[in-house]
Write a protein that binds this ligand. Structure first.
Ligand SMILES: Cc1cc2nc3c(=O)[nH]c(=O)nc-3n(C[C@H](O)[C@H](O)[C@H](O)COP(=O)(O)O)c2cc1C
Length: 181
């Protein structure tokens, strides 16, 4: 994959409300699962909802205890933007017993998310990797079918047809981040 193709992916938070087909979601998740993964633990788990599910999720998060995870003034705008997504994918990581394996599994799951975001971008969709406490709330994880005791939240991926074209946030020059040792 070329640098321009990678660099053109942007975090998009505003969507048109157009649906993302289930077949598309499945292809994005398949791309995610080709991430590298030490000991092939394949710790990632994905739970997806389409437009109908998003409407149900919006109602759920506006009730206690989930709504208490964010400031009351922030809730309406989050729900408004959420309602315009084409799909949502909740990404979790199965929690291994050892600390070292947990760290590597989380790293692998993050790599899987990047695969998913790049595949979404290539397919013409915008995406947003969110760690908002609202959607990472244990009750929300349970709503998506995962057990927060057994799986850790890695990200909530908002997907859809972009309704904004964000300016690329600048990256540090290579000389700041690459050291020849
Ligand atoms: C682990 C992780 C968590 C993130 N969580 C949030 C978040 O909760 N809210 C947010 O606005 N952006 C979040 N982002 C997106 C970053 O803000 C975004 O990637 C960054 O601003 C660079 O923009 P770009 O993705 O368009 O290059 C997250 C990104 C990562 C990797």
């Amino acid at each position: 994959m070329s640098i321009p193709a990678i660099a053109a992916r942007r975090t998009v938070k505003v969507f048109t409300g157009a649906a993302v087909a289930r077949a598309t979601i499945e292809s994005l998740v398949e791309a995610a699962t080709w991430a590298p993964c030490h000991r092939l633990t394949q710790p990632w788990r994905f739970a997806a909802i389409d437009r109908e599910g998003i409407a149900r999720l919006c109602s759920f998060v506006q009730q206690p205890p989930v709504c208490e995870a964010v400031l009351p003034r922030k809730l309406p705008s989050i729900c408004e933007r959420l309602a315009a997504c084409g799909a949502i994918i909740q990404v979790t990581c199965v929690l291994a017993e050892s600390e070292e394996q947990r760290r590597e599994d989380r790293d692998a799951t993050a790599a899987a998310v990047q695969n998913l975001l790049l595949a979404a971008h290539e397919a013409g969709f915008g995406s947003f990797w969110s760690t908002s406490p609202l959607l990472a709330h244990p009750a929300v994880l349970r709503w998506f079918g995962s057990d927060p005791v057994l799986e850790g939240h890695v990200g909530t991926i908002w997907l859809g047809t972009p309704a904004e074209s964000p300016t690329p946030p600048a990256r540090r020059p290579l000389a700041d981040v690459l050291r020849w040792a």
